[in-house]
Design a protein around this ligand. Sequence first.
Ligand code: AMP
Length: 226
Amino acid sequence: MKVLFFGPNGSGKGTQGAIVKNRLNIPHIETGVIFRENIQKGTSLGKEAKGYIDRGELVPDSITIPMILDRIKKDDCKNGWLLDGFPRNLTQAQELDRSLKKEGITLDIVIEMVLPRQTAKERIMGRRLCENDNNHPNNIFIDAIKPDGDKCRICGGGLKARSDDQDEAAIDKRHDIYYDTKTGTMAAVNYYKNLSATNNGVPKVIELDGRPGVKEVSEHLIAKLI
Ligand code: AMP
């Protein structure tokens, strides 16, 4: 199963993505996580990406597109993948589509988490990262995933906030890119919606209201996935 997961930063996409990953038993490939791991390890990719990420800008397509197209060719992706954070603009969507067509691969599902911009912004500012595992969801403003004091609610590990999550200008910039219907992420979402409409519903597009709590959203998601 090949799945794309869209949603504004702060929509709970990472949390729900982890659920889809377990349910479908496919790797959850998060562009932002790949960049942050590279920054942590001090790789040349990390050094190149850091400035863009700190400002809330997109890392250039010339770096991001080959990185992801190579990643989904790895052995663990043979039975499918869940892409989260890619594509993030129209060019990336078109390039992914072109590459999949060339390889004879069909995209099965596109999930779009829908959330008002202001709600997404508040959620971002409450988000905390687990030092042991970035996929452990913690948010000081969301009851269902509130940390245990100042520790990760899943493993008790230390928590930290992402610097780009505490910078309002960087958050606004990321949301400007997401909600941009001309060339930004919403243009990519609409690209797949048009594709689906003109191709007998393939890929299947699942729209998901991101406003309810984590459990309710995941129940809706799983019901629509199967
Ligand atoms: P995220 O963890 O998804 O919020 O991503 C963090 C940052 O990584 C973004 O603000 C961008 O700077 C960068 N990034 C993530 N995905 C992409 C992408 N598909 N294209 C370019 N930059 C990206």
